[in-house]
Design a protein around this ligand. Structure first.
Ligand code: UDP
Length: 329
């Protein structure tokens, strides 16, 4: 099958002269999803055209186009167009069957043939019937490690809604250092954490490459203490898909998460869920850490549930439905 993948064309945070590539050099939630899905679709024998990610690496079966969307689509002649850009790159009336994965919160501008990352995200978008397909992970892109080091990890945007401060509070209760990795676009928020948890929180900046995968593999646990407030543009934040959960699990690292959005659906398989806005006592934190699943179980679970080939097969079903003229919202 020939699939055109539309990726949101964003500039790289630390060096705005560069594009965020697929896969990304550092932070890049949607770009990692697109990269991993492409891995799975290429393995299934598909031919892919990637639009909206200049500088990405071309591989057998994958073409990266810098032409305008319609010209590139016409030259490629896709069976299906898969939009990840919330309509930004998808022509208003595409000449090809199109499906759209929604990566954000709230009601999307274009709901035709949408795909959601969790039931919580779909519910908030007002859809009852659209497919829910989890975010994929490619185990070959991660390091698996059984022996862990004495630290907890936060990996993501250092923002209120991602619960970075809550992660520091948890780590302090657990008596473990917290490594905070990710872009800090709210410098006052980061400064507050480092001031209030000086012996616990260490900020590493944005990480990529083997630094990122080594951190994911070495941590005792990944803290995903997402909060249902403080989201972008002041919105209520419902964690849509949380790529980091599968990334940690495939590295053999358990996840300690709140039940915000998708986390209530996925985190219990690879870790545990704790209440929003409540820091555990020392005893509670110790008990949580002692009760987490083993690395081997975590990796096997991640591959079985969210492996790139499993998720690509689910997308292929949806592409076929769209090719057969199926419509849904
Ligand atoms: N990430 C990264 N470097 C960083 C921080 C995050 O590569 O310094 C990656 C992380 O591994 C994940 C993505 O960025 O693949 C963030 O996606 P997620 O779905 O967890 O969060 P969101 O898209 O909501 O920001």
């Amino acid at each position: 099958m020939k699939i055109a993948m539309l990726n949101p064309p964003h500039r790289y945070g630390q060096d705005t002269s560069q594009w965020i590539t697929v896969p990304p050099q550092g932070y890049g939630g949607i770009q990692w999803v697109v990269a991993t899905l492409i891995d799975g679709l290429l393995a299934a024998g598909c031919e892919i055209l990637l639009i909206g990610a200049p500088g990405s690496t071309v591989r057998p079966g994958l073409t990266v186009s810098a032409a305008t969307t319609r010209a590139a689509l016409s030259a490629f002649g896709p069976d299906v167009v898969h939009d990840h850009t919330n309509g930004q790159l998808l022509p208003a009336e595409p000449d090809w069957p199109a499906v759209r994965t929604h990566h954000l919160n709230g009601v999307p501008e274009h709901t035709a043939n949408g795909i959601y990352l969790s039931h919580a995200q779909r519910r908030a978008a007002g859809s009852a019937d659209a497919p829910v397909i989890r975010l994929p992970v490619n185990p070959d892109r991660y390091t698996y490690r059984e022996e862990k080091e004495d630290f907890l990890l936060f990996l993501g945007r250092v923002s209120v809604h991602k619960g970075a401060r809550d992660a520091a509070a948890f780590a302090e209760a657990a008596g473990l250092p917290l490594k905070l990795a990710g872009p800090a676009w709210e410098p006052d928020y980061l400064r507050g954490i480092l001031t209030d948890y000086p012996g616990t929180a260490e900020y590493l900046g944005e990480v990529g490459g083997s630094h990122r995968t080594d951190l994911l593999a070495a941590a005792q646990a990944l803290l995903v203490l997402s909060q249902p407030f403080g989201g972008p543009f002041g919105c209520e934040w419902i964690e849509p898909g949380a790529t980091v959960v599968a990334e940690a699990a495939v590295s053999g690292t358990p996840v300690i998460a709140t039940d915000n959005g998708c986390l209530a659906e996925i985190a219990p398989h690879v870790g545990t869920v704790v209440p929003v806005e409540r820091t555990p006592t020392r005893e509670e934190a110790a008990k949580i850490l002692a009760g987490l699943p083993t690395p081997a179980y975590l990796r096997a679970t991640a591959v079985e549930r969210w492996g790139h080939q499993v998720i690509a097969a689910k997308y292929l079903e949806v592409y076929r439905r769209s090719l057969a003229g199926g419509t849904w919202t």
